[in-house]
Design a binder for this molecule. Structure first.
Ligand code: GMT
Length: 379
């Protein structure tokens, strides 16, 4: 199949999922066309089956806001015609589903029907999309998609609760390429980051308010009082500066490393003992799954789709949002007992295998095929 993928090309989870999906589909013989404003950060290899088409938005001083949706719709029209793209898979409703709908309508003028598959990722529903300023357009574009998927059961429930949805919603969970997280634990060079007696705790996010970064620092602060430990903070965002200040005022700056954005997540997770994800809301928690695939147990909040990913008492522990004391207690429970830590590490890997890319990608292929045959039937 020839598939157009529209996504945000940044470090956010939706862009990562879209990129990994495209790469796996290309390995399975599909021709993939990424259409976005930058080359997606995890997209390193372009080849016979993987193409990238840049959406350009010319700056014009008259416009207070440059019209990205318009440029994207036009690019989609051109690319569908030029490369005979059969399905458009758009990740994140805003503005991608809306722009794709416009492209679909424009193409109909030339008797071309391209079905749209929309994958909802979380904040497009729970935080931004349900805002009254966007809600009518988001509802419309979800209802007009030929197929809609959410990345967890929890996000499906949120979507049905927050919007007037007429379409069927399929849950296709996020996934992981287990081969990318296969480590040899003797070769992690953890000595570069910590002493032998120190445990390594990691947090990875785009450091927005929703990630509750201060809870990460406070949990670590409690843990390091009882167990020698280092904290790895990976990612960039508005909460990074305040977090650095918080570390200084708690007197733990020498124990915390701020990496910024990294393309070496697998290497960082390789030497990690415990992962923290105390988010306010999280439709899935891809970073927790990446940690688990590396054999790292997760202490997380019990919000949104996280309990579908991190199994309480098995791959880690869940706590109520904001309950730093409970998260600290549970982190210490795991970290103080090496045998228990090893059991949790093994369990984390076992749990991650449920989300093997090889189990999930065929579900998307089936959806593409269903939309195509529906279109053929409709003539
Ligand atoms: O919250 C983020 O880190 C970014 C955001 C995105 O759209 O890229 O992530 C959302 O989609 C990810 C991939 O499906 C999910 O794993 C995240 O849980 C979800 N974030 C939220 O729901 C807050």
């Amino acid at each position: 199949m020839k598939i157009g993928i529209v996504c945000y090309p940044t470090f956010g989870g939706s862009g990562v999922v879209a990129t990994e999906l495209g790469l796996e589909l290309s390995k399975r013989g599909h021709k993939i066309h990424f259409i976005t404003y930058n080359q997606p950060v995890r997209l390193e290899l372009l080849g016979n089956n993987v193409h990238y088409h840049e959406v350009n938005v010319p700056e014009y001083p008259l416009f207070h806001y440059q019209p990205y949706e318009l440029a994207l719709s036009s690019k989609l029209v051109d690319m569908v015609k030029l490369h005979k793209i059969e399905v458009l898979h758009v990740h994140y409703a805003i503005p991608h589903a809306y722009a794709a709908y416009m492209a679909q309508k424009i193409l109909l003028e030339d008797n071309i029907y391209v079905p749209i598959v929309t994958t909802l990722h979380g904040t497009d529903i729970t935080l931004v999309g349900s805002h009254p300023f966007y809600k009518p357009a988001v509802t419309f574009s979800i209802n007009k998609s030929d197929a809609v998927t959410t990345v967890s059961k929890s996000l499906k429930e949120d979507t049905l609760r927050l919007f007037d949805i007429k379409n069927e919603i399929n849950v296709v969970t996020n996934f992981i390429d287990l081969n990318k997280f296969k480590h040899d634990y003797t070769d992690c060079q953890r000595g570069m980051m910590a002493n032998d007696d120190e445990k390594i705790i990691t947090h990875i996010s785009n450091m927005r308010e929703v990630k509750r970064v201060p809870d990460v620092i406070n949990t670590f602060y409690n843990v390091q009082k009882e167990v020698p430990a280092k904290l790895m903070m990976v990612g960039e965002g508005p909460e990074r500066e305040p977090a650095e200040r918080q570390c200084r005022s708690l007197g733990i700056s020498d124990k915390v490393v701020f990496f910024g954005n990294s393309n070496e997540i697998d290497r960082i997770l390789c030497f990690t003992d415990l992962f923290l994800l105390p988010s306010e809301t999280e439709s899935f928690g891809l970073s927790a799954l990446e940690a688990m695939a590396s054999g790292v147990p997760v202490i997380s909040s019990n919000t949104g789709g996280i309990p579908e990913v991190n199994l309480d008492g098995f791959s880690g522990y869940l706590s109520n949002v904001g309950d730093v004391e409970d998260m600290s207690k549970k982190a210490l429970h795991i970290l103080k007992d090496d045998a228990l830590l090893n059991t949790f590490k093994k369990n984390a890997k076992t749990q991650a295998r449920k989300f093997d890319i090889l189990k999930i990608v065929p579900q998307y292929e089936a959806i593409y095929e269903a939309t195509l045959s529906k279109c053929l039937k409709l003539g």
